[in-house]
Design a protein around this ligand. Sequence first.
Ligand SMILES: C[S@@+](CC[C@H](N)C(=O)[O-])C[C@H]1O[C@@H](n2cnc3c(N)ncnc32)[C@H](O)[C@@H]1O
Length: 233
Amino acid sequence: MATIYAVGVGPGDPELITRKAERIIRHCPTICAPTGAADAASYALSIVEHLLDRSKQEILTRVFPMLKKGPELEAAWEAVADEVIDRIDQGEDVAFITIGDPCLYSTFLYIYKIIRAKRADITVEIIPGISSINAAAAAAGIPLGIAGEHIAILPATYEDYELRKILKEFDTVVLMKVNRVFDRVYAMLMELGLVDKGVFIRRVGSPQQEVIFDLTSLVGKELDYLSMLIVRR
Ligand SMILES: C[S@@+](CC[C@H](N)C(=O)[O-])C[C@H]1O[C@@H](n2cnc3c(N)ncnc32)[C@H](O)[C@@H]1O
């Protein structure tokens, strides 16, 4: 039987794709790039574009509505799961590509759950990738954790009281999806005296990469979805 591969393609730099990911992407007749944001789908594809042979491989780009949850979103995941199962039943291996690592906040994880529930007989192999977090810490030249330190990773869209608690308790806090709530987070960092402890990283690994330590310069700006904030005490 054919296999579903969930392939992490790294944060953007084509040299940060694993050899295994490259082999599988070249080999699969169907490449699926499902995502919650149109921009992220095209970003994942752009990372592997040089590995694809569009005359022989079919690329399924599926963009999901930007909703946190609900029947519309679940129906969209289910439709992709069915599409993939159909390919597998036709004997075709399918590679889902995800930015960074598939096990870290990726759309694949929702579809994986549906496929597992519907068809436990299908083999799903997960190929880890270099996450945007690892690449961002490296680009900024900061440790994520030393010795017994505590690291928190979370979407910045958490409620204020939870975010404040985490910022106080952890040595390093990685805030994903910070773009839409940056000003609110900035105000909290000011209040906690942490504003000079943060670094904003955008599109790490790509030619558009930016590493910004002066957080004040970002207030009031429209920010990229592919960006994060690392706060380290
Ligand atoms: C849905 S999560 C996907 C995470 C991904 N699976 C990973 O392992 O990096 C999307 C969030 O990851 C972060 N992200 C992904 N790629 C990035 C990049 N190249 N540069 C900076 N942040 C990135 C951003 O915080 C973005 O809002």
